[in-house]
Design a protein around this ligand. Sequence first.
Ligand SMILES: Nc1ncnc2c1ncn2[C@@H]1O[C@H](COP(=O)(O)OP(=O)(O)OP(=O)(O)O)[C@@H](O)[C@H]1O
Ligand SMILES: [Mg+2]
Length: 285
Amino acid sequence: MSTTALETPGAPQSRNRAGAGAPLALASGDALVLESLSRHFGAVRAVERVNLKVRAGQKYAVLGSNGAGKTTLFNLITGDLPPTAGSISFFGEDISGLPAHERIRKGLRRTYQSSLLFRQLSIRDNLFLAVRGVSQGRFSFLRASARHPSTRATGAILERIRLSHLAGETVANLSHGQQRQVEIGMALAGAPRLILFDEPAAGLSPAERRELVALLRGFPEHIGFVLIEHDLDIALRVSHHVSVMHNGTILREGTPDEIEADAQVHALYMGSDPAGDAGDGFAGH
Ligand SMILES: Nc1ncnc2c1ncn2[C@@H]1O[C@H](COP(=O)(O)OP(=O)(O)OP(=O)(O)O)[C@@H](O)[C@H]1O
Ligand SMILES: [Mg+2]
């Protein structure tokens, strides 16, 4: 195949938010369905009977304060942790019992709260390794020709994450924000159908956050994502749908407009009124 999964650009979003006013051009079907999913650590109910549905191509945000259970939820979806109870379906298939690498083969990807990049390698080499790691001949890490599909796929990802101009730069020399962009690129390797982003905006400067928002808003239509985010403003700007987690459960879910207007969300989570700017949920812009 000469095409890569990255060549279809995302639909232009004329409105300020992905979910406000713009018609949702989603691929058909459900990408991810969680049913009564739970994970307990002793007496701690980190995730408690969570029901959640992400449609194919949908951009979904999960908000919630520290310890709400967001990362644990991701660990269950990816298979890094087994659930205590409940089920996980991915594009119509029950994947609850599959090991993590089988879920990756089916097009599920994630990023972590802490970086897993090879810091002494260039951006291009990090991405190339990710591309080779999920391709058929995955034990061949030798430098490929410019026309090799893996080389071309690497180039497509570099463009997608807006770092082509720095392709040869060593990761250790990059800014925090650029490293986050590379991590997103790693998750784009192969043919992802749904990517889980665990707080990619954490620790970024306002300018870096704007770059991240632009990257997420320009995401291909056919690749959905679930974004864990503390910053309400970012979550609302890049997503079609938002869930708010609290003590392991989904406290609220709705469109960005519904979540923004929800007084309880503000009172419980953001520590501010909807018009205020003091709460951490409104930082960054
Ligand atoms: N491996 C573990 N063993 C025991 N308890 C755990 C484990 N992982 C998470 N927990 C607990 O589960 C709860 C949810 O943690 P989790 O990391 O999922 O929260 P989070 O929403 O991702 O928080 P943050 O915003 O700080 O990243 C917390 O009380 C945490 O201490
Ligand atoms: Mg977390």
